[in-house]
Design a protein around this ligand. Structure first.
Ligand SMILES: NC(=O)c1ccc[n+]([C@@H]2O[C@H](COP(=O)([O-])OP(=O)(O)OC[C@H]3O[C@@H](n4cnc5c(N)ncnc54)[C@H](OP(=O)(O)O)[C@@H]3O)[C@@H](O)[C@H]2O)c1
Length: 303
């Protein structure tokens, strides 16, 4: 198959490219960075250099493809002029336009846990809208929405407070169970979807391990050599204020607080619990090694 991948050589798309090439597919990788071209070609794939926010570039790149993998790249939450919902909707509209113009009939869309909710999911609200914009395409376009749970790597920046304050803090109680996922497990699931003939609309959740925050913190504490590492539960207001103090766009800080509050209450995982996937192979113990490496690189603050 001729497959077009968004996401450049990012966390998901790099292992996905390697897997698809091993399976004998022709793979075209989209990157916004001309310098990435050689790295993409070195893997054995073709590079398409341009922006995922350019619908004409996407239409031209998608032409003749058997399948496209769509994703919304991470936004800069510290940009105070960013309207996050508008950002998502623009990618959704661009993808829908490019799929229509190019005539592609098979789409795998990277969505997210929480995309079943049109509100109450905070920063994930846009994922609901992208799914709807794509679902509005004609029925002969087959679409699988991949809904990963929370990425392990979201915890890496928290190695900073782990090192300097001895805790990791969120507006979530330590008995709450969250479901975590590795991009490697997501790439495996996307590759499996690609090799499975399918028509219609489908949602598939992806997860690697479910664990209570109290148990997660014990594993991370052990990995960094600090068994006293604590999980600190903030109020929603403390969480939001902390993010704003760190410089985050205030609206996005409120939305991020809402998303974590929905993990705390279990609301975000309501639909996931009805459609629980088999767990992937990358476990919290594996991720703890990445966390320990990030922790080592953090300078301890000297006051
Ligand atoms: N974090 C979570 O818990 C979570 C949960 C569910 C879903 N998600 C989704 O997962 C996504 C991240 O996936 P990932 O980790 O595989 O991505 P990633 O590693 O962040 O890589 C994305 C790549 O896309 C390229 N890119 C960025 N903007 C572009 C543009 N305008 N046009 C073309 N290419 C662009 C960049 O590479 P170049 O510099 O080469 O262009 C970038 O490295 C998030 O954006 C979100 O949609 C995240």
């Amino acid at each position: 198959m001729k497959i077009i991948l968004g996401g450049s050589l990012g966390h998901i798309s790099k292992p996905l490219t390697e897997e698809l090439l091993r399976d004998g597919h022709q793979v075209v990788v989209i990157s916004s960075n001309k310098e990435r071209e050689k790295q993409i070609q070195a893997l054995g794939a073709e590079a398409a250099i341009g922006s995922l926010s350019d619908a004409d570039f996407l239409s031209a790149t998608f032409a003749g493809a058997d399948l496209v993998y769509t994703m919304v790249p991470p936004a800069n939450y510290f940009d105070h002029s960013l309207d996050l919902l508008a950002y998502y909707r623009k990618f959704g509209r661009n993808y829908a336009k490019a799929i229509t113009q190019s005539g592609v009939k098979r789409v795998i869309n990277l969505s997210s846990i929480g995309a079943h909710m049109d509100k109450g999911n905070g920063i994930l609200q846009g994922t609901y809208h992208v799914e709807q914009l794509l679902n509005d395409l004609p029925a002969d376009v087959s679409i699988t929405h991949i809904r990963p749970t929370e990425f392990y790597y979201n915890l890496l920046p928290h190695s900073y407070t782990a090192k300097n304050k001895g805790y990791i803090a969120f507006n979530i109680s330590n008995g709450v169970i969250n479901s975590w996922v590795s991009p490697l497990d997501i790439a495996d699931v996307i590759a499996a979807e690609i090799s499975t003939p399918f028509a219609g609309r489908k949602v598939r959740y992806v997860a690697s391990e479910e664990i209570a925050y109290g148990d997660l913190i014990r594993i991370l504490g052990k990995a960094i050599g600090n068994p006293e590492l604590a999980w600190l539960t903030l109020t929603d207001e403390q969480m939001r204020e902390g993010l704003i103090t760190a410089g985050m766009n205030p609206t996005i800080a409120a939305d991020m607080t809402e998303m974590y509050a929905a993990i705390n209450t279990g609301l975000l995982y309501e639909d996931y619990r009805l459609n629980r996937p088999l767990m992937g192979k990358v476990k919290v113990n594996d991720f703890a090694l990445d966390f320990a490496n990030a922790y080592k690189q953090i300078q301890r603050n000297v006051i």
